[in-house]
Design a protein around this ligand. Sequence first.
Ligand code: CA
Length: 227
Amino acid sequence: MTKILIVEDEQPILTGLRDNLEFEGYEVETADNGTDGFRKISNEEFNLVLLDVMLPGMSGLEICKQARKKGIEVPIIMLTARSEELDKVLGLELGADDYITKPFSLRELLARIKAILRRTARKGNQADQSSYVTIGLLSVSFDDFDALSGNEQVKMSHKEFEILHYLYKNAGRIVSRDDLLDAVWGLDYQPTARTIDNFILRLRSKIDTPATQHIITVHGIGYKLVL
Ligand code: CA
């Protein structure tokens, strides 16, 4: 059953949302202050969280930020009473999936909830949690030689997978070009350092965002993958 947590301190809104979501067939859990809300998000499994911004105890923005910091990936829709653009952006930068400004229509909220649940269900199906790891923009399964960016398949050659896998196994450590040569190409064929650099360039173009570089060049030595 799909379980939704509502964290909202205004009782009429909380009750209204709970009744309507239960009517839609969702299992609903509630918290009327930030402290309780954060505890529930931390300790229980939910499919989605509706999170008010202004809460006694701990603000919704803080809850969102702390939850993401702890690695909790539950989809979060922020409910904000303040319509300033900044609040919305803040909410999103803190790792929220969506936001909706009060007063909102129930129909719109339900549509957003359904859209997010559909999205996560699809991701869940394609990216079986056990075998996929996140590296920059990509979800990668080294077992299946599969790479996804969002729900889109990303083309990667066998060698690119092997190089990335080796870097991943050694994440946080410096890997020399010689290490890569031995691990990926073995003894029968030795590509030039330039070839390796080109593979790295191609991998970077698939993994990195403009703001973050995950494969770091260690000059004169090799590379380091930073997750
Ligand atoms: Ca509030």
